[in-house]
Design a protein around this ligand. Structure first.
Ligand SMILES: C[S@@+](CC[C@H](N)C(=O)[O-])C[C@H]1O[C@@H](n2cnc3c(N)ncnc32)[C@H](O)[C@@H]1O
Length: 407
């Protein structure tokens, strides 16, 4: 899909390396002290969302974390936010690693290590990890399946890999621009990036690129232009391609981050009365149907584990939700609207509003302390709450665990 797909794989790899040396990605994050103080958090992280990754385990912060293809920001952010974890960041770009290490040093973040290493060779470190974060990287590799397999081999049996790859449908506008860049003979250099930067600012509101960046006139940074439009290699995925990626790597799909974009009932299919048809599909086909119905997902974030860990859908599907311990997810916003309370999960790829009378919703949510199971809550509040909790979990307002959690 990349603009320079004509290049042989080895030249693409070199071009990709040069790109991230010349344009370290992303822009340096401001406000690391807020992550240190716990005032800000990475949207998905194993500290405040431990049960999302490890629903069967007792929460702990002393995790060995690998950030594969760390770029400039993730090591300082995770290092600041999780001082009791040990963080190893690897990247092929020496320039990115240097920026990352300088940020850590400037903020006294000392639980981190940086290494210049292709993630495909991560096994050569001779270490393993509880949590592996690899976001925005696999789709740039010559062989994403081999890359994910290599990460699986350094993930402990009870560990988890959090990853993100580009979504094909929602990024159509970017692939059109990559094609345009190729037609115009633009190359991977600052001058070309500046030309594309100008072009992006003038694209009309209806251009499919505006799904990614809605604001006409926004100046998009040169590193973003490089990463999106002039990238020599970027493969994109539909839901069903992710199944193949994970299975090809000999690993197991654990869950999406979050749930809502992959639930037909959260999409237009629900309101259009097409749920019976969607319900007849297997879970992957249901998720694929939801992706098509939403139409605007630009990336897929998900959790992968070893094959012997039980996926979230098996732990909490159907009647098994009765044995789950719900707690309120991070980033949940509660807003009164007349006599109703509106629950939204902010910052997620698809925001779902769940609306119920204030007293009813407050009782439901206040009971979610992580200390009592849905079965116990149903005994107290009535059987009707089971369906409500299931909906709130699928809407990403609740996190489930198989055991009581501190909350
Ligand atoms: C789009 S950036 C994402 C950075 C970071 N993961 C984030 O989400 O902010 C892609 C990063 O992957 C790195 N990268 C590309 N191929 C790699 C490889 N084979 N091994 C390790 N890092 C790689 C690039 O140098 C770049 O820093």
């Amino acid at each position: 899909m990349g603009a320079f797909m004509g290049l042989p794989a080895i030249d693409q790899s070199e071009a990709l390396h040069q790109l991230y040396e010349a344009f370290p990605y992303p822009r340096v994050v401001a406000g690391l002290q807020d992550f240190k103080a716990g005032k800000r958090q990475p949207i998905w992280n194993p500290k405040t969302s431990f049960s999302v990754f490890f629903p069967e385990q007792a929460p702990r912060e002393e995790l060995d974390i690998l950030i594969a293809g760390c770029g400039t920001n993730l090591v300082p952010v995770f290092g600041a936010f999780m001082p009791r974890a040990r963080i190893v960041g690897v990247d092929i770009s020496a320039a990115s690693l240097q920026i990352s290490a300088e940020q850590c040093a400037a903020h006294g973040i000392d639980n981190v290590e940086h290494l210049q290493l292709p993630l495909e060779q991560i096994g050569s470190l001779g270490e393993d990890f509880d949590f592996v974060c690899c976001t925005g990287v696999l789709h740039h590799l010559a062989d994403p399946v081999a890359g994910l397999r290599a990460l699986g081999r350094v993930t402990r049996p009870n560990g988890a890999i959090m990853t993100m790859v580009y979504a094909r449908y929602g990024r159509q506008g970017i692939y059109m621009l990559q094609e345009l860049a190729t037609k115009l003979g633009l190359s991977i250099d600052e001058l070309s990036a500046a030309k594309v930067q100008k072009l992006l600012a003038f694209l009309p509101q209806g251009h499919p690129f505006r799904l990614v960046y809605p604001n006409v006139g926004t100046v998009i940074s040169l590193e973003e232009v490089m990463d999106m439009v002039l990238n020599p290699r970027d493969q994109s995925y539909r839901v069903q391609d992710i199944r193949d990626l994970v299975q090809g790597a000999g690993l197991r799909f654990h869950r999406w981050l979050g749930n809502a974009p992959y639930r037909p009932e959260m999409s237009a299919l629900g309101r259009a009365g097409l749920l019976d048809a969607a319900d007849a599909l297997d879970p992957w086909a249901q998720a694929a149907a939801a992706e098509l119905a939403f139409g605007n997902l630009i990336k897929h974030s998900f959790v992968v584990t070893h094959p012997d860990r039980t996926p979230a859908a098996e732990l909490f599907g159907g009647e098994r939700i009765l044995d789950a311990y719900p707690s309120i997810s991070t980033h949940v916003r509660l807003e009164p609207s007349g006599t109703d309370l509106v629950v939204t999960n902010e910052g997620h790829p698809v925001r779902i509003e769940t609306v119920a009378p204030i007293a009813e919703m407050s009782a439901l949510l206040q009971a979610c302390s992580g200390q009592r199971s849905v079965r116990e809550l149903a005994a107290e509040l009535g059987d009707g709450v089971v369906g409500a909790y299931r909906h709130l979990y699928h809407a990403d307002a609740l996190t489930l665990s198989t055991r009581p959690t501190r909350s």
